[in-house]
Design a protein around this ligand. Structure first.
Ligand code: NAD
Ligand code: MG
Length: 399
């Protein structure tokens, strides 16, 4: 059988998801062609990736880094064209020669290029959960208007997608007889740490996830469980369910990646080793299956799967996120913005680990709720919350 080669644009190619995506592509050169790679600052890695995959375009966000990369391209006679700026990210993501876009920029910075890919009816592989959390209704409306194919990369949502019947996309979740969605989370590195020690947690400790190797922002989000909170919001939009229909349970082994409960009592789970190449390969090849380089699951070695209820005292960010989704409007966008500022401040050692939740809570209380009418209102809510959270951080760090 001859395979149609897919042309791929990877937004955030130098990150954890980006490099895992390239690893899957490397195993299937007959299936995938790399059209564009983008990055923020890591020009050494982007250069190596361009040498290996010879994309038509590379995109950076600053002139300064682009000059350095261009010099490297010239020295090696690389013909990849180098573009600079956010508009250029959106331009490559919606280019007519692109079939598939891996949206793997971290944070709000990914929203505009990811939406551009959606509006251009691409097959969009969504890792950048913050984009959906911020703009849920607008994002999903753009998907339905453009006819873009949206496939989740987040391991939990990819698992749920795999546990739902195929007709859920065309006929809606109501036709599937589901009872609820069960999101699993490992609980991160501080599942058993005494709460009294939380103020002393260092950035490196927070980034040392027991099961997954990820970028620093999402690693901190996993330690606070804001990641699971963002995923709850993401699940509501992707699968058209209410926050009360999403259960969050702790499963420290990270073998069951999430589950769907059906009204007849059946529960379907997707399992595998914790390796992002599985959901990436699933979405890239969908509806086919391809090898991903992931070790087969060894049940004898796992021996047991355990489950616990998460505590809001240990994970206040999870509660904040659930409440934000219930409130709706611009609240998830404000939550996300405040979290990005607080996590960056924690990684910069300006605030303590336990202050991440208080920065977010205070920002939500002190900035205004509004309904979301368009992208402009989302971006405005993001900006206001970001500035407000920054002021709270400054006050805390000079205390
Ligand atoms: P990362 O920090 O490792 O990589 C982020 C990428 O985005 C890099 O290529 C970086 O150059 C680029 N980038 C950062 N800021 C940018 C900006 N302002 N403008 C343009 N590009 C920018 O992050 P990651 O762990 O790969 O996560 C990427 C996204 O995928 C996040 O939204 C995260 O929540 C989601 N995700 C990651 C994992 C994982 O295992 N790493 C799992 C599920 C979901
Ligand atoms: Mg996840």
């Amino acid at each position: 059988m001859s395979i149609q080669r897919q042309s791929i644009c990877i937004l955030g190619a130098t990150g954890s998801i980006g490099t895992n995506t390239l690893d899957v592509i490397r195993r299937h050169p007959e299936r995938y062609h790399v059209f564009a790679l983008t990055a923020n600052q890591n020009i050494d890695l982007l250069f190596k990736q361009c040498l290996e995959f010879e994309p038509e375009y590379a995109v950076l966000t600053s002139e300064e880094h682009a000059e350095l990369l261009q010099a490297k391209f010239n020295a090696e006679n690389i013909s990849t064209k180098l573009l600079i700026g956010i508009e250029e990210l959106a331009w490559v993501a919606s280019h007519k020669d692109v079939d598939t876009v891996m949206a793997a920029i971290v944070g709000a910075a990914g929203l505009i290029p990811t939406l551009a890919a959606v509006k251009a009816s691409k097959k969009v592989l969504l890792a950048n959960k913050e984009a959906l959390v911020m703009s849920g209704a607008i994002f999903m409306q753009a998907v339905s208007e453009s006819g873009a194919t949206l496939l989740p990369i987040d391991s939990e949502h990819n698992a749920i997608f795999q546990c739902l019947p195929e007709h859920f996309v065309s006929q809606g979740i109501q036709s599937c007889g589901i009872h609820s969605i069960v999101l699993t989370g490992s609980g991160g590195p501080f599942l058993k740490k005494p709460l009294a020690e939380f103020p002393m947690i260092s950035p490196d400790e927070a980034c040392a996830h027991p099961n997954w190797s990820m970028g620093r922002k999402i690693s901190v989000d996993s330690a606070t469980m804001m990641n699971k909170g963002l995923e709850l919001i993401e699940a509501c939009w992707l699968f058209d369910v209410q926050p009360e229909q999403v259960e969050v349970i702790l499963h420290p082994q990270s073998i069951i990646h999430s589950m769907v409960r059906y009204q007849d009592g059946s529960v379907l789970a997707q399992m595998g080793n914790p390796d992002m190449r599985t959901p990436i390969a699933h979405a890239m090849a969908f509806p086919e299956r391809i090898s991903a380089g992931v070790e087969p699951l060894d049940f004898m070695q796992i021996s047991q799967l355990t489950f616990e209820q998460p505590s809001y005292e240990r994970y206040p960010c999870l509660k904040l996120a659930k409440e934000a989704m219930t409130e709706g409007g611009n609240t998830p966008a404000r939550l996300n913005a405040a979290n990005e500022v607080a996590v960056a401040a924690f990684l910069d050692e300006k605030i303590n680990f336990d202050q991440i939740a208080s920065v977010i809570q205070q920002t939500l209380t002190e900035t205004e709720y509004a309904g979301v009418v368009d992208l402009k209102s989302v971006l405005a809510a993001d900006r206001v919350a970001r500035e407000h959270a920054q002021q709270i951080v400054e006050a805390l760090s000079t205390d």
